[in-house]
Design a protein around this ligand. Structure first.
Ligand SMILES: CC(C)(COP(=O)(O)OP(=O)(O)OC[C@H]1O[C@@H](n2cnc3c(N)ncnc32)[C@H](O)[C@@H]1OP(=O)(O)O)[C@@H](O)C(=O)NCCC(=O)NCCS
Length: 174
């Protein structure tokens, strides 16, 4: 059964495998940590930074909460929630970022992560979330629409991984 949990040392090796799969498969839509950086001290080294991200803006990043998706001992993917709507959220990264490791895609995990993430979002007192999705990312757009996403608009966008592209912006009202 899929669960969304807070980051914890027990799943670091699974997280590293997930990151490696993303890099090996040139995933561009939600690129995680470079697996080369995830050594034995990585969790302890980064813990304060992730904790701080939940309470304040650091390095221009909006406040965000990070979760890992696991099924038993298996590491499945991740989910990030941004609880405010600064310009970076509105015109770049959106309220929610999530991904499923390449070897586990197409089995329903992405839909389940999103369903559970919307419950967590409500617990954070939010009544809507914004999704920013590359127009070519039809799988992500499909899941968003399946869970009630209402298309607001399509705008030109740019980031290093995706280059210049058209971005769809959807609201899900909770
Ligand atoms: C988007 C992502 C999380 C989906 O995860 P997943 O586990 O494969 O998703 P699911 O198995 O729950 O659902 C896939 C859905 O896409 C549908 N689908 C498959 N190929 C598709 C395509 N080319 N176009 C549209 N829909 C497609 C499937 O039929 C399924 O829908 P259904 O359950 O209604 O039949 C995963 O592809 C991923 O991690 N991608 C890279 C990161 C990313 O894009 N994150 C989102 C950023 S906004």
């Amino acid at each position: 059964m899929l669960k969304l949990i807070k980051r914890c040392p027990e799943y670091v090796s699974g997280y590293r495998e997930y990151c490696q799969e993303s890099y090996d498969n040139n995933v561009i839509y939600f690129l995680p940590t470079n697996p080369k950086l995830i050594d034995d001290e990585w969790f302890d080294r980064t813990k304060d930074w992730y904790d701080k991200k939940e309470t304040e803006q650091i390095q221009g990043q909006p406040i965000s909460f990070h979760f890992w998706a696991v099924d038993g001992e298996k590491f499945i993917g991740e989910f990030q929630l941004r609880t405010e709507f600064p310009p970076k959220v509105m015109s770049d990264i959106g309220s929610i970022g999530y991904a499923v490791r390449v070897s586990e895609q197409g089995k329903g995990y992405g839909t389940e992560i999103l369903k559970q993430s919307l419950l967590i979002t409500k617990e954070h007192g939010m009544d809507k979330v914004l999704f920013t999705i590359n127009d070519k990312n039809t799988v992500s757009a499909h899941i968003c629409e399946k869970l009630g996403g209402e298309l607001m608009d399509k705008i030109p966008s740019y980031n290093d991984a995706e280059g210049h592209h058209i971005m769809r912006r959807y609201w899900i009202y909770l």
